[in-house]
Write a protein that binds this ligand. Structure first.
Ligand code: PHE
Ligand code: CO
Length: 285
């Protein structure tokens, strides 16, 4: 998730470097934290075979994340060999430009702190479990890894063009809450879904949300919910589609979008490729 938040940030920002990175300080994690990690991991790992895409699952089995909060440097050796990405430790959410700059250089910021036990089911800000379990496996997929870097570069550009909000919607509906069509049915690759005990099922099986074909401009026009399950999920037919759709220069798209009203998170448009129409979506004009 990007660094847009209205409340005081959780995390210790007192010892960071200018690029917001810190040392992971793995030895400081307490036994209870490793135990909580194991509980979070076990619940999600049991759901992954049914709901996550092959690319995610293939990486997860290679990573051996089940025993304890992972050491970033151990994972970095595997990640560098796979896609030349690198994890960097951060205190928590970082400003948009810092985030984009890291992605543009194939560095993924991972929050160091773990949630409290009472946040087992739901957490407002990304913690090490969300960042790690949700995002890191997908960085092992070569096409998705390139998409993430392109997104970082695009973010730096969008910032200069005043279009961060539109680009953030793309991140939200792909990197965080994206679905992919597979021969076995819809599966998730989105980090916000795959790290969530409830939404992973909801996103694939619930009759409530819309599931609509990915369309770049449509997605960048669509508002999103941050405090409930998503009302709409967008489906790509593969990561090549995502990469290719986002390759063109977005500057003219941003001009087009600036002249249009954003769409409600629940909207279904006549031109949408509808996989599933939600139980009670608001009809848009
Ligand atoms: N092609 C986009 C641009 O010109 C950059 C981008 C790539 C944005 C991939 C998002 C994802 O701004
Ligand atoms: Co995230």
């Amino acid at each position: 998730m990007t660094g847009q938040t209205d409340h005081a940030l959780r995390g210790d920002y007192s010892r960071m470097r200018p690029d917001y990175t810190v040392d992971q300080d793995w030895d400081v994690y307490r036994p209870e934290e490793h135990a909580l990690w194991r509980r979070l991991f076990d619940r999600q790992a049991a759901l992954v075979p049914r709901y996550a895409c092959d690319e995610y699952r293939a990486a997860l089995v290679r990573l051996d994340l089940g025993a304890a909060i992972p050491r970033f440097d151990a994972i970095n050796r595997k990640l560098a060999a796979a896609t030349r990405w690198e994890l960097v430790a951060v205190p928590g959410l970082v400003p948009d430009l810092v985030f984009f700059e890291h992605l543009a250089n194939r560095r993924f910021p991972v929050t160091v702190w773990l949630r409290e036990p009472h946040e087992f089911d739901y957490i407002v800000e990304p913690d090490v479990f969300h960042d790690f379990f949700g995002h890191v496996p997908m960085l092992f997929d070569p096409v998705f890894a390139d998409y993430m870097q392109a997104y970082g570069k695009g973010g730096l550009k969008a910032h200069a063009l005043g279009a961060i909000e539109m680009l953030a919607r793309l991140y939200w509906y792909t990197v965080e809450f994206g679905l992919v069509e597979t021969p076995a049915g819809l599966r998730t690759y989105g980090a916000g879904i795959v790290s969530s005990g409830g939404e992973i099922r909801h996103s694939i099986e619930s009759p409530e949300p819309n599931r609509l074909g990915f369309d770049l401009l449509r997605v960048m026009r669509t508002r999103y919910k941050i405090d409930t399950y998503q009302e709409t999920y967008f489906v790509v037919r593969g990561f090549d589609e995502l990469f290719e759709a986002t390759e063109p220069d977005f500057a003219p798209y941003y001009r087009t979008l600036a002249a249009q009203e954003p769409l409600a998170a629940s909207a279904v448009l006549p031109g949408d490729r509808v996989y599933h129409r939600g139980a009670a979506p608001t009809q848009a004009a």
